[in-house]
Ligand binder design. Structure first.
Ligand code: AMP
Ligand code: TRP
Length: 324
């Protein structure tokens, strides 16, 4: 039997090249070898206020992005989190196993709650429990995510192990799959910060739906570090980041990239990076436009049904072992 993967993204903001290179690209690469479940986590999205109409639209738009990136509904199951009520049911059970202290250590809560726990929503605090529930319901072996989700994944593992110890072997303990290159693509405006959907400065991110002019302008304006050579160098985060994007989009090895840009300067490099990005985005954006809402519903409904059969099995054994 094939091993299982589960991953998801939130239908908020605009997806950027960091989401693609850190996560989606690997979802696509892994779907042959694994039985894959890719979820649109709309219940995670409401941990911050969302406009209902926009949320509904963005949920479908995100399904389009999964498909355009190459997630194949013949091989992988794509579904919307709120269509499978077992996610919230298991989240309650896990919240009775989780400890306040372990949630208080989650750095994403500290970031998104802006350090003000008194005013932050309770859902934002318990968000990692819902994420653990997503993963554990499918007896997931592997979870392909970017670096920023590593801590949440460790919590999922801890909860699975604690449950298994207390109530008998019930959950597979999931492993993270965090790529060596691309796990944390940085902002083009500040290479110390990750590229983020919620960044106020849109120039820091290349969005997957940006037009060629916008992409080229953003790359030309990207900050650079001191030094003129175009090579991977730990002490120069800006060029490292830009070269990583180039490397992953072109499929070249690190050595090939360095060789390719030997003797060239930033002007040439940025032009080539802009070209490679536009060449990648053009067919991607064409594919996004191929799926109308009806086609999406035809994928998402059966996806949720398939997901439910597995999720309800797992929840059934959880309830049984707890005496519920
Ligand atoms: P989100 O849309 O925020 O739910 O994120 C979806 C996926 O993209 C998660 O696996 C994140 O870890 C990943 N991701 C988000 N930002 C970045 C980034 N700057 N670099 C690499 N991966 C990222
Ligand atoms: N928390 C993840 C993020 O913000 C999204 C997510 C929710 C997820 N549930 C998941 C990722 C399960 C992997 C597995 O990016």
């Amino acid at each position: 039997m094939k091993k299982r993967i589960f991953s998801g993204a939130q239908p908020t903001g605009q997806l950027h090249i960091g989401n693609y290179l850190g996560a989606l690209k690997n979802w696509v690469a892994l779907q042959d070898e694994y039985e894959a479940f890719y979820c649109i986590v709309n219940l995670h999205a409401i941990t911050l206020p969302q406009d209902p109409k926009t949320l509904r639209q963005k949920t479908l738009d995100l399904a389009r992005i999964y498909l355009a990136a190459g997630v194949d509904p013949q091989r992988s199951t794509i579904f919307i989190q709120s269509d499978v009520p077992e996610h919230t049911e298991l989240a309650w059970v896990l919240s009775c196993i989780a400890r306040m202290g372990e949630l208080e250590r989650m750095t994403q809560f500290k970031d998104k709650g802006k350090g003000n726990a008194e005013r932050a929503g309770v859902g934002l605090f318990t968000y990692p429990i819902l994420m653990a529930s997503d993963i554990l319901l499918y007896q997931t072996d592997l979870v392909p995510v970017g670096q920023d989700q590593k801590q949440h994944l460790e919590l999922s593992r801890d909860l699975a192990e604690r449950f298994n110890r207390g109530y008998g072997d019930t959950f597979t303990v999931p492993e993270p799959y965090i790529p060596k290159a691309g796990a944390s693509i940085k902002s083009l405006q500040d290479p110390e910060k990750k590229m983020s959907k919620s960044d106020d400065n849109a120039n820091g991110s290349i969005f997957l739906l940006d037009d060629p002019d916008t992409v080229t302008k953003k790359i030309k304006r990207a900050v650079t570090d001191s030094g003129t050579t175009i090579e991977f160098d730990e002490s120069r985060p800006a060029i490292n980041n830009l070269l990583t994007i180039f490397q992953l989009l072109t499929g070249k090895s690190a050595d090939e990239c360095t060789e390719h840009f030997r003797g060239k300067g930033y002007g040439d490099f940025k032009s080539e990076l802009a070209e490679a990005t536009v060449e990648f985005l053009r067919p991607f954006q064409d594919r996004v436009r191929e799926f109308d809402d009806e086609a999406l519903i035809g994928i998402l409904h059966p996806g949720a049904e398939k997901a439910r059969t597995i999720a309800s099995d797992t929840l059934g054994s959880v309830y049984k072992s707890m005496g519920l």
